[in-house]
Design a protein around this ligand. Structure first.
Ligand SMILES: [Zn+2]
Length: 561
């Protein structure tokens, strides 16, 4: 996602506050606010979520654009990890549950005449949570399946609407989902949390015959239902987070390309076709850059799609959405303000970068979202380095400094559906650039980040996993460095006290075991020192005025006296 506090964001916040009066579900825990019951139910990986592991979803939904009405079924297959007779799914309270059916699940083909056991299940709803009760306990290690039938008019909410029923500039139907903040349960029933991604999924979207649906995964085909509607079928062949599951319904034009063995599919409105063909060509360079650093595109069997939408953009897995005006920069601005952003389309690079970090490597809780956003912002910096060289990469990275606020830690409280601050993007990327300088060996750094990606590809991880990986692989305790940048508010301050012919130095930080090298002296002939939180002394012929610190390589503050 890309999400900064801009005028539309302020408006949407006002809208959120208004919506809060009518709905308690769908909003994250804001800073300095006690979590609501709805946010605990959404955010916590509680007993009725932890007792099962998702295997497969089949979402079959019919969309009536005129009535802004959905009617559908989610079939969820899961393996019980602990014996229990209740599980938790989630569905926004604006949508009605029409019934929940237990399906006896058996992977073997049935003989003629035999039928599966089907049984209506009891359920209770509380603030967006949907608790399903089974008449007898489900056994650990066994696989079960339930179908949740639902219908209703979903409530549009959040910055991009969650699910938005819009018209394109020519006045035709244009319906899109983008629900990372609000949660996928604003438009379909699912286990709406981050830790457990379903292994694979089928998505069927039935829409009036004249429309096109683009969802995630591989396009299987379309079927005329004979009642004025056509069903579009898509197959997701990799783990996917709920908020990535999407539908994009409109009068789309489609064209295809390939990069090696990765199918590329593009969708735009007919009027924008020529502009889109020109701008979307940047997807190839993006893919070459990220494949260079991290390895092959992670969703090859599903292909890569880039789809025009009315909002700025979103990282929907294998179906990245785009609304950046077919212009370079971000919404026609020089995004980091140093003259480099106008050379490429920010949304194509950023949102597609999430295929590697966000979709392939995913965070297990919203509090660990810097793993999506900090890393993907750093991927932008790597893209610039790949395309335009190391000096421009560094310049682009440091352009982000002006956006950092240092008002609260990047990683907030876990398990309460908390919204991390914007610093997770900018400070996150600057921290990774700092870590590169700590390692101080580009060959080693690039090998490390590639191994990190490969180790955690298709997994849901936490900040602790990132810390442990880098400490283990570098053979040094980097935890205090991670903790200072991610769980503390202030940047490390390098304190320097000058005397005749020498300088005293130490880190002023919150983490008492903080040790981090830094380059000092004069640019071009940097000297690496190893400050700790204790004073040390070094000789120098330089004075307070000309003694420099490499603050473009390390995101730190300097205090001289
Ligand atoms: Zn993002």
């Amino acid at each position: 996602m890309f999400n900064v506090l801009s005028a539309p964001k302020v408006l949407s916040l006002i809208l959120l506050i208004l919506l809060a009066v009518v709905s308690v579900t769908g909003q994250r825990t804001a800073p300095n606010q006690a979590p609501t019951r709805a946010n605990i139910l959404r955010g916590e990986y509680g007993q009725y979520r932890a007792n099962n592991d998702l295997l497969y979803y089949y979402l079959d939904v019919r969309v009536d654009p005129e009535k802004k009405f959905l009617k559908g079924t989610t079939t969820a297959r899961f393996k019980m990890l602990k014996e229990d007779s209740r599980i938790q799914l989630d569905l926004h309270d604006a949508l009605k549950v029409d019934g929940i059916v237990y399906n006896e699940w058996d992977p073997k083909p049935r003989s003629a005449g035999s039928s599966r056991l089907r049984e209506e299940l009891k359920f209770t709803r509380e603030a967006g949570a949907l608790f399903i009760d089974f008449p007898t306990p489900l056994l650990a290690g066994h696989i079960y399946e339930v179908s949740v039938h639902y219908s209703g008019n979903p409530l549009e909410q959040g910055r991009f609407g969650g699910i938005a029923f819009k018209k394109d500039p020519a006045g035709r139907t244009w319906i899109n989902t983008a629900c990372e903040g609000e949660g996928a349960s604003v438009w379909w029933p699912n286990k709406d949390q981050w830790r457990d991604e379903v292994e694979s999924m089928k998505i069927s979207v039935s829409i009036p015959n004249d429309l096109v649906d683009v969802s995630n995964g591989k396009f299987l085909g379309k079927t005329d239902l004979g009642d004025g509607y056509t069903r579009w079928d898509w197959l997701v062949q990799y783990p996917i987070n709920n908020y990535s599951v999407s539908l994009n319904i409109g009068h789309y034009e489609h064209w295809s390309d390939r990069l090696g063995d990765v199918p590329l599919d593009f969708y735009s409105l007919p009027e924008d076709l020529e502009k889109a063909k020109k701008q979307f060509a940047q997807a190839k360079g993006m893919m070459e850059a990220f494949q260079h650093y991290f390895g092959e595109y992670p969703f090859k069997k599903d292909g890569y799609k880039l789809i025009q939408v009315p909002y700025s953009g979103m990282e929907h897995q294998s179906a990245v959405t785009y609304g950046n005006h077919f212009a370079n920069g971000y919404l026609e601005r020089d995004w980091t303000g140093v003259g480099i952003s106008p050379r490429f389309d920010f949304i194509i690079i950023h949102e597609s970068g999430h295929e590697w970090f966000g979709n392939a490597v995913s965070a297990a809780d919203t509090s660990d979202m810097w793993i999506h956003e900090g890393w993907t912002t750093y991927l932008e910096c790597l893209y610039v380095e790949y395309m335009f060289g190391k000096a421009d990469g560094l310049k682009y990275t440091n352009g982000y400094k002006s956006k950092v606020r240092n008002q609260r830690p990047i990683v907030p409280e876990r398990g309460i559906n908390a919204e991390p601050p914007q610093d997770m993007y900018f400070k996150g990327a600057l921290f990774l650039n700092t870590l590169r300088s700590v390692i101080d060996d580009d060959k080693r750094w690039f090998a490390l980040i590639r191994e990190f990606y490969q180790e955690f590809k298709y997994k849901n991880i936490m900040t602790e996993d990132v810390e442990a990986f880098f400490s283990r692989r570098t053979g040094r305790n980097l935890t205090p460095v991670f903790e200072q940048y991610l769980r503390r508010t202030a940047l490390p301050v390098l304190e320097l006290k000058f005397a005749d012919g020498s300088v005293q130095y130490r880190w002023k930080v919150d983490e008492k075991d903080f040790v981090m090298p830094v380059k000092v002296g004069a640019k071009g002939s940097w000297q690496t020192i190893q400050p700790t939180t204790q004073w040390q002394t070094m000789k120098t012929a330089m004075n307070k005025e000309n003694f420099e610190v490499a603050t473009d390589l390390y995101f730190v503050e300097v205090s001289k006296s």
